[in-house]
Design a protein around this ligand. Structure first.
Ligand code: NA7
Length: 317
């Protein structure tokens, strides 16, 4: 199976959603660094620029930075250079390993040694231990740290409808106010303890993952009986079980349209992080374990970069 991902291209600045326009955002006059221009990162940066924020960017595949130059962002060669040029630095990459590489690696954030007057905000989905390690590294260099986990799909990011779950340094949280207001419908500060926001995000992902596998199996059974999936979804819509997510995913499964709103590889990564957390607590999570196996198998079938609703394909075998 092939999933087409858009190449770096000119940024359409006319896609700002009404919800964003209505938010009456007064941009902070600080300079914001941004590491990671994947699907989420590029959408967020576009909106930050639209709402008048000064942004400096870096991405591992440097080509993805080019379109942002035309719309006013400054591009730097390394993460370290971005930190040097910014007051607050956001990071939004695939996984805990990538997030750690950018902080501790060659040309990474900590190469700067002195992070006085700098704030680092981790938006990549990570586990609490990784967040603690990153926070410790930043603090040892006199920087301030906030974990700001983003909950929502790529479409919700495009609509400025994410939910931000933040924890750590309260002053950084306040300084990010105009950025968070730009990209999110709700923003929560979950306390100064680092790791809490990561835990809440992963708990929400557990509910999502388990629900999707249940939905996929039920629809696969309907398919075996040759019952119309659209009929099932229409009836489901009238029940108290319905939710916007399950309705949307059910429709995608019925259509076989797995355009990645939330890539399957990200869902499986999250379940793996959840199970590691549970392991450390001796917390039994049998249903989540099986859910993880189901997503892992679907990855092996070649659906890693498709939407997590592609789990339906495996259920139909
Ligand atoms: P994408 O579109 O898959 O983009 C992933 C980004 O992460 C992309 O910019 C990658 O750079 C970057 N990346 C991945 N690994 C590394 C390492 N090791 N070093 C540097 N950069 C890296 O994901 P999304 O934008 O949808 O999601 C990003 C996060 O937001 C994720 O944690 C979600 O859960 C929330 P590349 O362009 O491949 O060079």
């Amino acid at each position: 199976p092939v999933v087409t991902r858009p190449e770096a291209q000119a940024i359409d600045m006319n896609t700002r959603s009404m919800t964003l326009a209505e938010r009456d955002i007064v941009p902070s006059d600080q300079t914001f660094g941004f590491l990671g221009l994947g699907m989420m990162g590029s959408t967020i940066v576009k909106d930050l620029i639209l709402t008048g924020h000064k942004v400096v960017v870096w991405n591992r595949t440097i080509d993805k930075c080019t379109p942002f130059v035309d719309v006013g962002a400054e591009v730097k060669d390394t993460p370290m250079d971005v930190v040097e040029a910014s007051d607050v630095i956001f990071c939004c990459v695939s996984d805990p390993k990538g997030a750690k590489d950018l902080v501790f690696g060659n040309c990474g954030v900590l190469q700067l040694k002195d992070l006085r007057n700098k704030a680092y905000v981790e938006m990549s989905t990570i586990d609490p231990d990784t967040s603690l390690d990153i926070g410790e590294g930043i603090k040892q260099c006199n920087g301030r740290y906030l974990e700001a986990q983003i909950h929502g799909s790529r479409q919700e990011a495009a609509d400025g409808m994410l939910i931000i779950l933040a924890g750590g340094d309260r002053s950084v949280f306040e300084e990010c106010h105009s950025c968070f207001k730009t990209i999110a419908k709700n923003t929560f500060f979950l306390g100064t303890d680092i790791g809490n926001a990561c835990k809440v995000n992963l708990i929400l992902q557990t509910i999502q993952g388990v629900s999707l596998v249940g939905l996929a199996e039920a629809l696969a059974l309907a398919d075996r009986f040759s019952i119309s999936l659209n009929d099932i979804i229409d009836i489901f819509d009238l029940t108290s079980m319905k939710s916007p997510l399950l309705l949307a995913k059910g429709k995608e499964m019925a259509k076989g349209d797995f355009n990645p709103q939330q890539p399957l590889s990200h869902m499986q990564r999250d379940l793996r992080l959840v199970l590691n957390m549970a392991e450390n607590l001796d917390q039994s999570m049998p249903v989540t374990s099986i859910t993880n196996e189901v997503f892992k198998h679907t990855k092996r079938l070649g659906y890693s970069e498709h939407d997590s609703s592609a789990v339906f394909v495996r259920s139909r075998f």
